[in-house]
Design a protein around this ligand. Structure first.
Ligand code: ADP
Length: 195
């Protein structure tokens, strides 16, 4: 099974992707995590991505598509399918993904938007920062109110146009991302659990 979760920063994609993994065994693929790992490792990709991510902008399509293509070629994804979190983020990425899927003879089974009020996102990221600090972890360089504002604008301008792209082929479903974490999981399971 292959699933895409769409929605703005802080909408809960990562949390729900982990839950889908636990229940269905699908592999969570977060391009944000992959890029942060590349930055930490100081790879060529990481060098290209670092400043862009810190500014809340999008890393160029060809770079991100390359990172994702490499990851989905691995045996675990081939075997178990994926739940994508943070990709695609532009219509060009959505098209590149369609091409990749077609070449492999795979299909996208579920494309699901988590709908959340923009106002709630600031409080959620703030909570994530406080929890990270309390747990002794390191806070993401882009998890601050100014950069978050930028990330939300980028989402609205560059990522939201994906929604009509997928809606045209009637592949898009919505869940209420303002509901409790368990309720969102229940709604997602109601969609992906269907045969
Ligand atoms: P969030 O969903 O909280 O914004 P992510 O971890 O998904 O966080 O992404 C963090 C940053 O990584 C983004 O702001 C962007 O700079 C970069 N990034 C992640 N995925 C993509 C992508 N598909 N295309 C371009 N840039 C990306």
């Amino acid at each position: 099974m292959n699933v895409i979760l769409l929605g703005p920063p802080g909408c809960g994609k990562g949390t729900q992707a982990a839950r889908l993994k636990d229940k269905y065994g699908v592999i969570p693929l977060s391009t944000g995590d992959m890029l942060r790992a590349a930055v930490a490792a100081g790879t060529e990709v990481g060098k290209k991505a670092k400043a862009i991510m810190e500014a809340g902008q999008l890393v160029p399509d060809d770079v991100v598509v390359g990172v994702l293509a490499e990851r989905i070629a691995k045996p675990d994804v081939q075997q178990s399918g994926f739940v994508l979190d943070g990709f695609p983020r532009t219509v060009a990425q959505a098209k590149a993904l369609d091409d990749m899927m077609e070449k492999r003879g795979w299909k996208l089974d579920h494309i699901i938007e988590l709908r959340v009020d923009e106002k709630a996102l600031f409080a959620r990221i703030d909570k994530r920062v406080r929890e990270t600090v309390a747990a002794g972890g390191s806070v993401r360089a882009d998890d601050n109110p100014d950069t978050l504002k930028k990330r939300i604008t980028v989402y609205r301008e560059q990522t939201q146009p994906i929604l009509p792209y997928y809606a045209r082929s009637s592949r898009l479903r919505q869940v209420d991302g303002m509901a409790s974490i368990d309720e969102v999981t229940r709604q997602l399971e109601a969609i992906v659990g269907r045969a």
